[in-house]
Write a protein that binds this ligand. Structure first.
Ligand code: FES
Length: 85
């Protein structure tokens, strides 16, 4: 069961779901806007800081991901996560 998402700057907490949705889809469902282009893990434009927790990638991203960052378009939370957005 994926974890919940805590968007620190937006002060929103999105409860866990098992419907397979990505972090980006879940952020959008509560009105949090994240810049994106490909939604498939290759452009890197959706990159956001990950403050705590771990994610799993639905598809392995081609874009480079630094430690402490996550691509929400192609990932799901493995644990509860805190994002700096
Ligand atoms: S939107 Fe392109 S990597 Fe996420």
């Amino acid at each position: 069961m994926p974890g919940c998402i805590h968007a620190i700057q937006s002060e929103k907490r999105i409860e866990a779901t098992s419907d397979g949705s990505t972090i980006l889809e879940r952020l959008e469902s509560v009105g949090i806007v994240v810049e994106y282009q490909c939604r498939e893990g290759y452009c890197g434009s959706c990159r956001v800081p990950l403050l705590a927790g771990t994610v799993e990638y639905v598809t392995q991203p081609l874009a480079f991901v630094n430690p402490g960052e996550v691509l929400p378009c192609c990932s799901r939370p493995r644990t509860d996560v805190k994002l700096d957005i």
